[in-house]
Design a protein around this ligand. Structure first.
Ligand code: F6R
Length: 357
């Protein structure tokens, strides 16, 4: 039930800190350290390469997950759009493991890949919010997201849950391989949950941003580098699906290779600059677009922020920023949709789970 909330989406955005805390609890072992079901952990650890398969928002979470598997555990990982994978299969490694990410566990595009790789005899893990869903039943292992029912068509809390669970999976695999990830993940996820709460408390400011930057816009750009680039794709998807504003996410450095031609007086550009070592580069890209008339909204993090940055999230571990930086983007999309009179929870042409290929 949405209770006092005007929309499920707003309720689900608000639930994110609690979901993160629930995930931490669910993966805490008796010794206080990280825990993952043993068979699942073994299956991932035995693989020489991971193939992450997903669609839409879950694909965007997969892009972040790849970073965790490679940086924490040293396992190469590829992320594929499920609808493309079936007929465009890459050369597989000797011991591949497939990770399906699906909030609903019912996405037909992802299921057809699962059917195919099962026929080939490859092991699979499904990350889903719905126990007993098709993908969960048909894959070898399931890891639950603990996000609770997600009703709004636009996915919010499932995305952050997927990213948190992926970080835990990767850290557990690192542990099994005797690798140190260099920080205390449980503690840092807790810090991220608190930071998420802080951002959620700034709704009025996000509403003001939506009004200032998007009230009259027909299009918008989201740019970022590294992990911020992955989040920029998700920010753009959220905005287009519920506000019908055409939005694109781009790697900061790629914009000048063509897309910058679209920047004109007043074009909104949301630039993510949370990564300390990439901050100078992305700020350079912001200068390029503002010189051409763009209306830039900078989103940075305490520690690397500059005076003029419009949105500053509290400091979290640089690899966990997506858990927090996506929230202002979700809220901005929400308010943009609301003020344009769109149907926030039930956008046109979309269904919550896409059960056709
Ligand atoms: C976007 C959205 C969709 C889903 C996609 C995959 O807000 O909801 O892009 O993420 O259809 O759905 P699942 O995760 O259920 O496989």
């Amino acid at each position: 039930e949405k209770g006092t909330y005007p929309h499920y989406m707003l309720k689900e955005i608000d639930e994110q800190p609690a979901v993160l805390r629930k995930i931490i609890q669910a993966h805490r072992g008796p010794d206080g350290g990280l825990w993952l079901e043993e068979d699942t952990l073994r299956a991932i650890t035995e693989a020489d390469r991971l193939y992450i398969i997903a669609a839409g928002t879950s694909y965007h979470a997969g892009l972040v997950g790849k970073e965790y598997f490679e940086k924490f555990a040293g396992i190469p990982a590829e992320v594929h759009i499920s609808s493309e994978f079936g007929y465009n299969m890459p050369i597989l490694s000797e011991r591949p493991l497939f990770i399906f990410i699906s909030q609903s566990g019912e996405t037909a595009d992802s299921r057809q890949v699962l059917v195919k790789v099962k026929e080939m005899g490859h092991p699979s893990v499904t990350l889903t919010n719905v126990s007993g869903s098709t993908l969960s039943r048909e894959s070898d292992h399931t890891v639950l997201l603990h996000a609770g029912p997600e009703i709004a068509v636009a996915s919010t809390k499932a995305y952050t849950a997927q990213i948190a669970v992926l970080s835990i999976l990767a850290a557990c695999v690192a542990g099994t391989k005797g690798k140190s990830i260099g920080f205390d993940l449980i503690q840092e996820l807790g810090i991220a949950a608190n930071a998420a709460e802080t951002v959620i408390d700034r709704k009025e400011d996000m509403e003001a941003v939506a009004f200032e930057f998007l009230q009259l816009s027909r299009n918008a750009f989201f740019i970022g580098r590294g992990i911020d680039y992955h989040v920029s794709l998700e920010g753009a998807l959220k905005l287009k699906e519920i506000s019908y504003i055409q939005a694109e996410g781009f790697a900061g450095g790629e914009l000048k290779h063509g897309t910058i031609a679209l920047i004109e007086e007043g074009t909104p550009v949301f630039a993510l600059a949370t990564q300390p070592e990439l901050s100078a580069n992305i700020r350079g890209n912001v200068k390029e677009v503002t010189a051409r008339g763009a209306h830039a909204c900078l989103l940075s993090m305490d520690g690397t922020a500059e005076e003029s940055d419009r949105i500053v999230i509290p400091a979290v571990h640089p690899l966990l920023t997506p858990l927090v930086s996506v929230i202002p983007l979700q809220l901005i999309s929400y308010y943009a949709s609301l003020h344009r009179g769109c149907d926030v929870d039930q956008p046109r042409n979309l269904a919550k789970s896409v059960t056709v290929e």
